[in-house]
Design a protein around this ligand. Structure first.
Ligand code: ADP
Ligand code: ZN
Length: 521
């Protein structure tokens, strides 16, 4: 297989189709790529397989994967093959042809991943085969099966230690079982008692505070945020290359040490920024998401998003770069209607197949839901990743509970305004209809004669803007690229329109930035 771009992040997208690493994946992948013995304890569904599959593609030679579950192995091999990866399995479920094909791929030096059942380790030919295949990494799934006291004990797992010694290559072990005794036993049996790089983490990063703000005066909001954190290292993520340059210039002009970083820069220039950031205290890097895995700076004190990220996974990964040292770190994400339009358009105009586009819209919706949340943001974020928790006390909504109201009537009025104007207008025009304002466009189209005309006088223009934004956040309406961004109703809105469901909204008038700008002397 020829790889278009060998960087792990590029491969994450090109081979696996993921936007971003899930919590914890990035650190584990980095350790495995560095050739360290690793033990990763991740919640089920956390995405363990990527942590050995991705390194397997980046490293020379073969990665052997030991897993007790035949069905799961076959599943993984199938999806890897569909993604164009040379992968195979040797299990008792193989047909003769399948086994022959695996041997042929090994002899041709093509095979990147070989899944084997633990029973295979007892066979005499296995070690020779793995040597011949130039095995460079051993990955052990469900590593707790090595524990004699555990309920999943598999005697054949005890042979894995011998295999590691014989091949003398790094071993990466994965499990969802985190209790201390099992961990200790894994270290004894798989790593000869020498502690490997260990990753034990739920998804929560309690030292990182979470906050979102609707865009009001976006540049001012970022400048104020940075000014209140003078002297601290931080990252500002932007959605475009041009914007990183403009914003970095604005920060420099305001007297901050800042530089920009994006994928369009020469490799050498990018490396210079990375090194400066690593060494200098208090530098601000204004970057696109290209500023990623290369950074390993533990004391990043804040991460700000000048634009909405593309998915909840990207959001989590990017804010996760802050506060790796465990000390308090802060994050702020700005978002506005334009961001939503831009991100939707990016998905719709992409080349992905329809199922993936639908999934991408879903991941964007999850992030919008977080932006428009009515309760603790961390609770909602962790729930997305499958963890239950209580209110965190370290997010903007825990600190200042939002003013909520039953938005059902407002939403129904807004939907009806959109429907009665044939879903052909943006929020601006619809708000004018709701407020009962006459202008040339309204009278020319006869919109002043609609039953919806003027039914929304109980709310101000700003409040209506917040309603429309939240409706997009709840995916009740979407800008339609084919109709110049006109708002169209989604299926999710139907139960509310029919009066079968109610909806709670936030009455957050667009808040003015809290810190006043201090003019330069
Ligand atoms: P585990 O073995 O930890 O239970 P899997 O490796 O089977 O979990 O992954 C669980 C799910 O998460 C899979 O559907 C996988 O496609 C998805 N997944 C893994 N990594 C990512 C990622 N970085 N972004 C989005 N989805 C991911
Ligand atoms: Zn909270």
């Amino acid at each position: 297989m020829t790889l278009p771009d060998p960087s792990p992040e590029a491969m994450l997208a090109s081979v696996f189709g993921f936007h971003a690493f899930r919590p914890g994946q990035e650190e584990i992948v980095r350790a495995v790529l560095a050739g360290r013995n690793t033990l990763a304890i991740m919640p089920t569904g956390g995405g363990k397989s990527l942590c050995f599959q991705l390194p397997a593609l980046c490293l020379p030679g073969l990665t052997v994967v030991i897993s007790p579950l035949i069905a799961l192995m076959r599943d993984q091999v199938r999806s890897l093959r569909e993604a164009g990866v040379e992968a195979g399995a040797l299990t008792s479920g193989n047909t003769e042809e399948e086994t022959e094909a695996v041997f042929a791929a090994i002899d041709a030096g093509r095979l990147k991943l070989l899944y084997i059942a633990p029973e295979r380790l007892a066979g005499s030919g296995t070690l020779a085969l793995l040597r011949r295949a130039k095995t460079g990494l051993i990955a052990v799934d469900e590593a707790h099966c090595v524990s004699q006291w555990g309920h999943d004990f598999r005697p054949d797992y005890l042979r894995i230690g011998d295999l590691r010694r014989a091949l003398d290559v790094p071993l990466a072990a994965f499990t969802a079982t985190a209790d201390e005794e099992t961990r200790a036993e894994i270290v004894t049996r798989l790593f000869d008692g020498i502690p490997p790089a260990t990753f034990l983490r739920g998804f929560d990063r309690p030292n990182i505070s979470l906050a979102f703000e609707p865009k009001d005066q976006p540049r001012r909001q970022i400048l104020d945020y940075v000014a209140a954190r003078r002297g601290q290292s931080g990252i500002v993520y932007c959605a475009s290359r041009a914007k990183t340059e403009q914003l970095a210039a604005a920060l420099i002009e305001a007297g901050h040490p800042a530089c920009h970083y994006h994928g369009g820069m020469e490799a050498e220039d990018r490396r210079r920024v990375e090194t400066r950031f690593q060494r200098e205290d208090g530098l601000i890097v204004v970057a696109t998401v290209a500023f990623g895995m290369g950074i390993d700076k533990p004391d990043i004190r804040w991460v700000a998003h000048a634009d909405l990220p593309k998915s909840i996974e990207s959001y989590y990964q990017e804010i996760g770069r802050a506060g790796r040292d465990g000390a308090p770190a802060e994050t702020l994400t700005l978002y506005g209607a334009d961001d939503v339009r831009f991100r939707r358009q990016q998905i719709d105009e992409g080349l992905a197949p329809p199922e993936r586009k639908a999934a991408d819209h879903g991941r964007l919706n999850a992030l919008l839901g977080l932006a428009e949340a009515t309760g603790c943001r961390r609770q909602r974020l962790l729930a997305y990743f499958g963890e239950t928790s209580g209110p965190c006390g370290n997010c903007d909504l825990c600190e200042t509970p939002p003013d909520l109201f039953d938005g059902t009537e407002a939403v129904r009025k807004a939907l009806s305004a959109a429907l009665r104007t044939e879903e052909s207008y943006g929020a601006g025009h619809l708000i004018e209809v709701l407020l009962g304002q006459t202008n040339d466009r309204i009278t020319a189209r006869g919109h002043d004669r609609l039953p919806t005309f003027g039914v929304g006088k109980d709310l101000s223009r700003t409040e209506w803007q917040a309603v429309f934004r939240q409706m997009q956040g709840h995916d009740l309406i979407r800008p339609d690229a084919a109709r110049h961004g006109a708002l169209v109703m989604t299926d999710r809105a139907r139960p509310i329109l029919r009066g079968e469901e109610r909806i709670t909204l936030r009455r957050d008038l667009v808040r003015k930035a809290k810190v006043r700008h201090v003019p330069k002397a």
